[in-house]
Write a protein that binds this ligand. Structure first.
Ligand SMILES: [Zn+2]
Length: 449
């Protein structure tokens, strides 16, 4: 059971975020930001549907003040904003599938919010802003239903001081300059998880890394132009390998942002990835990270997790994509990478169930690497043709939606049965049990009989 299927169900991985009682269809954000004072203000208009009969609608908004709330589609009795929850109390109960529009006027000084993995969300750079929200940082800059499964379309209008450049997710539809400010408007037509909604602000130059099959752009401060271009000179090959292996690139463009500051880790957002200056240097930068973040556009962003419980479906595939790129670009083979990591994992505590690691462990490296090993074991059992066919069918079938581990298991069983009948289906089922459900690390080569 997941929160996606059962509105009333409690998702232990939701960390008191979001609400299963509503589904947001569209966010319209109309915001102004002053870089010098870190002051954000504006209006968020949310179009949503109730998923069950409700007396209140609750949203997440952290660290900013709400000035006014208006509601269309039901009568608002009052609203409260405490502990990061904006709760709209309705004058009367409304049935399931009621269409509501919530308009929130808000503002303040956005800051990252603490999480078990460090601060996340809107963060000031030395000269600009980075938004890196995974998993719970989205409410630091807009009121939202902060669950990965509640995907919505967006229009993001952001007015900033000149000469700062704004990147948001989606397609740039207008850019209007005035004497001292410019308004940037982006439209996102792909349903997007809140943590993948993003804006990046900086004094960036734009460069085209490659054009095919979609524009791959680089936003970089002028002083980092040369190392960034050198580090990313194979990006066109990487993109074409992944479209061959995983299916068509899911969005209109892909932008790599390199910030002037160092960042702890690179991070993906919808149609873009963010790297720190440190990720470019030959000493601290790793090519695998560029592959990893790009792979998330298929695994995590287009095909999202219905709950953080299923994060291996994002991180396992993104990690496996690193190995696929390593092999294709003349590095270690995927098999060699799998053996290396299997050996390392076998020395670590084996107390984690991949399909249900527990909320505190969702970013544990064992989830990433065992996830990648699961994908590799499945490839070994099916052979390349069936395996990559299965992967491309997976990204096509579930594009723009969210999925669970059980969805993947059913998909794998189906493809195994098509390719090798009941015998292969059974052996894939056992293999997935061993990797996803058993605590003990399975042997790498053995497909359980
Ligand atoms: Zn990742």
């Amino acid at each position: 059971m997941t929160a996606r299927d059962h509105p009333g169900a409690v998702d232990p991985y939701a960390s008191k975020h979001g609400s299963a009682s509503i589904a947001v269809e569209h966010y319209d954000l109309d915001l102004t930001y002053r870089v010098r004072t870190n002051r954000l203000a504006g209006t968020a208009t949310l179009r949503l549907l109730t998923r069950e009969a409700v007396e209140e609608v609750s949203l997440d908004l952290v660290g900013l003040s709400v000035e006014k709330v208006a509601l269309v589609g039901a009568r608002l009795a009052r609203f409260t904003h405490r502990g990061g929850r904006l709760v709209l109390r309705l004058a009367e109960r409304v049935p399931a599938r009621t269409a509501l529009t919530v308009v929130v006027s808000y503002g303040g000084t956005p800051t990252p919010t603490p999480s078990p993995w460090g601060p996340v969300g809107w963060e000031e750079l030395t000269d600009g802003v980075v938004v890196a929200s995974q998993p719970t940082g989205a409410p630091t800059w807009f009121p939202c239903n902060d669950r990965p499964s509640d995907k919505a379309t967006y229009r993001t209008s952001l007015t900033v001081d000149n000469p700062y450049r704004v990147l948001a997710h989606g397609v740039l539809v207008s850019r209007k300059g005035r004497a001292s400010t410019t308004t940037w408007v982006y439209e996102e037509r792909h349903p997007t998880s809140t943590y993948l909604a993003s804006v990046q602000i900086g004094r960036y130059e734009e460069h085209v890394l490659a054009e095919d099959p979609v524009p791959q752009l680089l936003l970089v401060p002028g002083e980092l132009r040369a190392p960034a271009r050198e580090h990313l000179d194979q990006h066109g090959d990487l993109m074409s390998l992944f479209t061959t292996c995983f299916g068509p690139y899911p969005f209109e463009t892909y932008t790599l942002v390199v910030t002037g500051d160092d960042l702890e880790i690179p991070l993906e957002a919808q149609g873009l990835s963010i790297f720190g200056a440190n990720h470019l240097s030959s000493a601290t930068g790793e090519e695998r990270l560029v592959a990893h973040e790009l792979a998330h556009q298929w695994f995590g962003n287009s095909v999202s997790v219905a709950s953080w419980q299923h994060i291996w479906l994002s991180e396992g595939f993104a990690c496996y994509a690193e190995w696929v790129w390593s092999e294709a670009s003349g590095g270690a083979s995927a098999e060699a990478m799998a053996r290396l990591w299997h050996e390392r994992l076998s020395t670590l505590p084996q107390d984690l169930v991949l399909s249900d690691p527990g909320y505190p462990n969702i970013f544990d490296d064992r989830v990433y690497k065992r996830g990648a090993l699961t994908v590799h074991a499945l490839r070994g059992a099916l052979g390349d043709e069936v395996f990559f066919g299965l992967v491309r069918a997976w990204t096509a079938r579930h594009a723009d939606t969210s999925v669970t581990t059980e969805d993947f298991r059913a998909h794998a069983r189906e493809h195994a049965a098509d390719a090798g009948g009941a015998v292969l289906e059974r052996s894939v089922e056992k293999l997935l049990d061993a990797w996803l459900v058993d605590v003990r690390l399975p042997r790498l080569s053995a497909v359980p009989a």
